[in-house]
Write a protein that binds this ligand. Structure first.
Ligand SMILES: C[C@H](O)[C@H](O)[C@@H](O)C(=O)CO
Ligand SMILES: [Mn+2]
Length: 427
């Protein structure tokens, strides 16, 4: 029997097992095919971007590792992304930060325009990749004291307000060009290392600045504004202006998309438990699927209990149309293309597991108070043949099955990434 026949046989046996539980496998696969993960550009170059800012990553963001082959130009980043997408089943999006524009010379953040992202828009169109966007409120001289939109000085606040306004215009143009909304996520690092004497004033200033940025009504067909909270960062251990409560209130009162980053809460707090609560009050949700290790360390997403719980919550709550799934990790200690492939494949695999769950049956048992059967069935789920369905999905999507994808990354490492290193050394 050939490998492909084996895969087919395993798939058929797995379908029988799922169908015995009342799970419709073709329907689960059809739903999975529509899940577009927003792959974050910043894993490819350690959050450096193309402003010439190498070595100045700041405002609580930190990347460790020096694996060879960091993308240094938009062309290199696109080439790395094309390889990553070819290893991931389905059609996915790209999440771009403002500092990844293509600038001919120095262009400050308050002066960026859609012209600096035309290359990305054209590339997205050629690849069938839709774009999402983020203003960049970090790694800049005007963010050096840890404050941007909540800065005490009006001039600095105004600079960052202009940046936010410019980014909304860019996101809207991207959405218009691609025919679907570009999610534009605002993460603002503002905070303090030590205990503040005034927690109130910066929060008032942040709300005021955001209101100015969002004053112009832009079509939700083109762009959706999202806001992302954080518990603490390096240098903002004692106080973050944009806390969870701040942004939950802001998103509800201004009808904005709320972004929950899996690394932005206390280590024992999980975003999976927040989804069904916040979805009662906000129109849509953006997730930054990440993995904190002891802190917001942005480790590559693994097939963890929390990852599975996040996807289960999306499926169980029937939120697939209202939740945007983005990734947020950056690891420079391993091959960066592999990091994308591992994290995105895991997110999709966890989504598949959630779609293959006999949700209606589990919820019925719970309604009836049969918690014994609920637990028994949930535990049985853990040894169901998910792998056979996943392999079939990869095969029929034209991407490598199992760990075969690693071979492609290894070849690319030799043919492309290592050459980048020798080029850099020669300069
Ligand atoms: C680079 C990203 O915008 C950033 O990671 C942000 O989303 C975040 O999570 C900061 O901790
Ligand atoms: Mn994030």
């Amino acid at each position: 029997m050939t490998n492909s026949e084996n895969l087919q046989k395993s798939f058929e046996l797995a379908v029988e097992q799922y169908e015995a539980l009342g799970v419709n496998v073709p329907r689960a696969l059809e739903r999975l095919r529509k899940v577009a993960i927003s792959v974050h550009c910043w894993q490819g170059d350690d959050v450096v971007g193309f402003e010439g800012n190498v070595g100045t990553l700041g405002n609580g963001l930190a990347v460790t590792g020096d694996y060879p082959g960091r993308a240094r130009t938009a062309c290199e980043l696109r080439s790395d992304l094309e390889l990553a997408y070819s290893l991931i089943p389905g059609k996915h999006r790209l999440n771009l930060h403002a500092l990844y524009g293509e600038f001919d010379g120095p262009v400050d953040r308050d002066a960026i325009g859609v012209e600096h992202f035309q290359g990305w828009i054209e590339w997205g169109r050629s690849q069938g990749v839709n774009l999402d966007f983020n203003p960049s409120y970090f790694s800049h001289k005007n963010a050096a004291n840890g404050f941007t939109l909540a800065h005490a000085e009006k001039g600095i606040r105004q600079f960052w307000i202009e940046h936010g306004i410019a980014c909304r215009k860019i996101a809207s143009a991207m959405g218009q060009a691609q025919g679907n909304p570009c999610v534009n996520n605002f993460w603002v690092p503002d905070g303090l290392k030590d205990s503040p004497a005034n927690r109130k004033a910066p929060r008032e200033r942040l709300a005021e600045s955001l209101d100015e940025i969002f004053a112009e009504q832009l079509s939700r067909d083109y762009t959706l504004d999202a806001v992302e909270c954080k518990l603490f960062g390096i240098g903002s251990e004692s106080y973050v202006v944009g806390s969870h409560e701040f942004y939950l209130g802001y998103a509800i009162s201004r009808n904005k998309v709320l972004c929950l980053d899996a690394g932005h809460f206390h280590p024992t707090e999980v975003i999976s438990d927040k989804i069904s609560s916040v979805m009662m009050y906000v129109p849509e949700l953006l997730l930054h699927v990440s993995r904190g290790v002891r802190w917001d360390s942005d480790h590559v997403v693994t097939y963890s209990d929390e990852l599975q719980a996040i996807m289960q919550e999306i499926v169980r709550g029937d939120y697939l149309d209202r939740v945007h799934i983005g990734l947020d990790f950056f690891d420079a200690s391993i091959n960066r293309v592999a990091a994308w492939a591992i994290g995105t494949r895991n997110a999709l695999k966890a989504m598949l597991a959630a779609l293959l769950e006999p949700t209606a049956q589990l919820q019925q048992l719970e309604r009836e108070g049969d918690y014994t059967a609920r637990l028994a069935l949930l535990e049985e789920q853990k040894t169901m043949p998910l792998g056979a369905i996943w392999n079939h999905y990869c095969q029929t999507s034209g991407v490598p099955v199992g760990a075969e994808w690693l071979e492609k990354v290894r070849e690319y490492e030799i043919d492309v990434l290592q050459l980048r290193e020798s080029e850099s050394a020669a300069i």
